[in-house]
Design a protein around this ligand. Structure first.
Ligand code: FES
Length: 111
């Protein structure tokens, strides 16, 4: 099974009225299409993933491996998600995060 990237656009993530930045869903989907990533990393726009307080959360899952990211907001962050997926598509390790995302990783307690 290909890894899956879940990008939260739920009750808090992406909600400007809650002080979060908009999640560029269309741009992400377009980038997945353009770079032919969907066979390699499944992109899902999800509802609430749980840790809302981490603001604009994304979760990369591969089997039992999980990498949680929070505090995403700038185009640079979302471009880095695309770069990360491209790297995985080319055989790179999921743990090999682009520099722009390294400080955004957090550990979440799974429900
Ligand atoms: S709305 Fe994104 S984690 Fe809850």
């Amino acid at each position: 099974m290909a890894p899956r990237l879940m990008v939260c656009d739920g009750c808090c993530c992406g909600r400007m009225e809650k002080g979060n930045d908009v999640v560029p869903i269309d741009a992400l989907k377009a980038a997945w299409e353009k770079h032919d990533l969907k066979e390699h990393v499944k992109l899902s726009i999800s509802g609430c993933l749980g840790p809302c307080s981490m603001k604009n959360v994304s979760l990369m899952m591969d089997g039992s491996d999980r990498i949680w990211l929070g505090g995403l907001g700038s185009n640079e962050h979302y471009d880095a998600l695309v770069t990360w997926a491209k790297s995985i598509a080319n055989g790179g390790a999921m743990s090999d995060l682009p520099i722009e995302l390294k400080d955004h990783q957090f550990e979440a307690k799974e429900a």
